[in-house]
Design a protein around this ligand. Structure first.
Ligand code: GAL
Length: 447
């Protein structure tokens, strides 16, 4: 039944590689964000516990061990990202040592019969480009296109490409709320950056397909299920507005629907960021749509909120079933999101490019008994299969994440890995969830 289903596991460069300033790598906005203190040299870091991505799992040196583990567990697909500032330290000029690293990594995957899926951008913009305005500067389209084409030409044996990882998160958290790199807090910057990111997906897709029509090129989108607090029509409307702002705004333009601004007039300002002809460049016939679901959020009507009249009800006020990110565990969301994309009748495959859960795992007598994570994966995968059985064109599932990693502004405390990493010794221990995947990937259900 599910023989065509792709089973994989994912990581990203900034969260795992370490070696952040060696082998010719230039600084990225996340290196700078980790170093940032509010008053130049003092004050609290913007990353919890002042954790720094330089102390992550050292994937740069241990990638063979990690790929051996992927093979042992039984995943046949591996999604990882290229650090732009490793192959182009200033975003433009090439660092041959960085290119060599990814060549060796790709070759090792292929030798082990593991198919690489490469994310071109998982949030670590070269710092030199941020100095030129980053995503708010329209020139990013040329910089990104040159970088993307360089990668695709340098690694022609890679067939699966993911252009951007979760635009809504790097744009919202990075440019509007300032809680992720580059730490900007400006509505104007956010709108400009958003429009450029949307155009970037379309332009990169077309450039790659022109030269490599056989490649499969998609992009990944954060999809959070949004529910109303009650069945009252004003709460339903509040949830609809939140859905527009959190989800739809960042993929509907690509699907040919334009920016969904009808119910939130303030967002219409994005039209000021558009040049004549942009509306034609936005719709993009991606080869697959990557969706990433972790949780759901609940919203209600709130008259005192001046612009939107909505209020977020945080998970800890609604449930005790929380993860180390304080997110609600809600398996039905992944089914709902697949069906939501299905309803657009795109007729392209849906790939779950990330789904997973963080807990504060502990090693006890050499083992990590993460039974809550097994339950999470089991229930979420069941919902994916349910959607597939009901006719949804979902063709793949990637677990997040292979190894414990640097969870952005949350630092190292939330552990998402199937493999535990001791961040001091860099030693790996397969968690029970890794053994669970091994059993299940070998069983007939997932064959
Ligand atoms: C996604 C992101 C990953 C990872 C995950 C868990 O938004 O792509 O890098 O951090 O969330 O929070």
């Amino acid at each position: 039944m599910h023989q065509s289903m792709i089973w994989g596991v994912a990581i990203s460069a900034a969260q795992t590689e370490s070696a952040h300033d060696s082998y010719g790598k230039g600084p990225s906005i996340w290196d700078e964000f980790c170093n940032k203190k509010p008053f130049r040299f003092f004050g609290k870091s913007k990353v919890k516990n002042s954790h720094h991505l330089k102390d992550s799992a050292d994937f740069y040196h241990q990638y063979k061990t990690d790929i051996d583990h992927i093979k042992y567990i039984g995943f046949k697909h591996f999604r990882f990202s290229i650090a732009w500032s490793r192959v182009m330290p200033d975003g433009v000029n090439i660092n041959p040592e960085g290119v060599e690293f990814y060549k060796s990594l790709i070759d090792y995957c292929l030798e082990q019969d593991i198919t690489p899926w490469i994310t071109l951008y998982h949030w670590d913009l070269p710092a030199a480009l941020e100095k030129k305005g980053g995503w708010t500067n329209r020139d990013i389209l040329t910089y990104f296109n040159d970088y993307a084409m360089f990668c695709v030409r340098s690694f022609p044996q890679v067939n699966h490409w993911v252009i951007l990882n979760e635009p809504s998160v790097f744009l919202g958290a990075g440019y509007l709320f300032g809680i992720h790199a580059p730490g900007r807090k400006s509505f104007d910057a956010f709108l400009k950056a958003t429009h450029h990111a949307m155009l970037c997906i379309g332009m990169t897709y077309r450039s790659i397909k022109k030269e490599f029509p056989q490649h499969s090129v998609g992009s990944s989108f954060s999809m959070t299920q949004i529910d109303p607090h009650s069945n009252k029509s004003r709460d339903i409307k509040a949830a609809r507005i939140a859905d527009l702002l959190i989800n739809r705004f960042f993929f509907e333009p690509l699907l040919g629907h334009g920016y969904p601004t009808a119910e939130v007039k303030r967002m219409e300002a994005i039209k000021d960021c558009m040049l004549p002809g942009d509306e034609v460049l936005l719709p993009t016939p991606l080869d697959f749509i990557g969706i990433q679901t972790y949780t759901r959020e609940v919203f209600k009507y709130h008259p005192l909120n001046p612009f939107l009249k909505i209020k977020h009800i945080p998970a800890h006020k609604r449930t005790i079933d929380l993860t180390a990110m304080n997110w609600e565990i809600h398996a039905k969301s992944i089914y709902a999101n697949i069906m939501k994309i299905e309803a657009y009748q795109l007729n392209i495959p849906i790939i779950v490019t990330e789904n997973g859960v963080a807990f504060e795992d502990e090693v006890v007598l050499g083992r990590v008994n993460d039974f809550k994570r097994i339950h999470y994966f089991q229930t979420h995968i069941n919902e994916v299969i349910k959607a597939k059985n009901e006719g949804a064109n979902v063709q793949g599932y990637f677990a997040w994440s292979l190894i414990d990693n640097f969870e952005w502004a949350e630092g190292y405390q939330p552990r998402f890995g199937l493999i535990y990493v001791d961040f001091i010794t860099k030693k790996r221990i397969l968690k029970e969830s890794a053994y669970w995947f091994r059993r299940h990937l070998n069983s007939s259900l997932y064959a």
